[in-house]
Every structure is written in structure tokens, then in C-alpha cells.
Unconditional design. Structure first.
Length: 93
């Protein structure tokens, strides 16, 4: 949802995506202490900017990085979306 905020051109769709992204962050805050969540956040940050920024692990899971790379390609996320996602995910690392 975070990426969709900058992809949508329609202001109403942007607002809906923003609300969904905020709700997603609320859910992540409840589970951010889980190892799998931390590993996924680290992998997403790695794909977005090449940096795991201390997400609780010295080793970033290569399989998760590949998963998220394919995900980003599949949804055609560009640099703007990657930057937005990195900012949103950084809170959970």
C-alpha cells in the first residue's frame, strides 16, 4: 500500500492507499518483534537501498532478498516506490 500511494494518479485512490498503508503499519507494530518479520524487513530494506540497517541480524536472508526483488519487479516498483517503502520499513528495524 505504501508504494501505491505514489503510483496512483487519482487523489482518492492515493488517499485510500495511504490509509491502507497506515493500517498495515499498525499491524506490523504488533508483530515487529517476531524473527520472521525482522528478516523480511531487513530483506525489503536491502532490496530498496542495499542496506539492512541493523534489523536485528548480521546476515540477511538471500532467499528473502530474491523473493522481494521479484515482488518489486512484478509490481513494477520504481525508485520512488522503493524510497517510500524504505522509509516506512525503517521504523521496524
Amino acid at each position: 500500500p505504501t508504494a501505491m500511494t505514489s503510483i496512483h494518479q487519482d487523489p482518492e485512490l492515493q488517499e485510500c492507499a495511504s490509509k491502507t498503508a497506515n493500517n498495515g503499519k499498525k499491524i506490523l507494530r504488533l508483530v515487529c518483534d517476531k524473527d520472521l518479520v525482522k528478516r523480511n524487513c531487513a530483506a525489503i530494506l536491502n532490496v530498496c537501498d542495499g542496506d539492512a540497517r541493523g534489523c536485528g541480524s548480521d546476515v540477511v536472508d538471500g532467499d528473502l532478498i530474491e523473493y522481494w526483488k521479484k515482488f518489486f519487479v512484478n509490481y513494477k516498483y520504481e525508485e520512488k516506490q522503493k524510497q517510500d517503502i524504505a522509509v516506512a520499513i525503517a521504523e521496524f528495524c
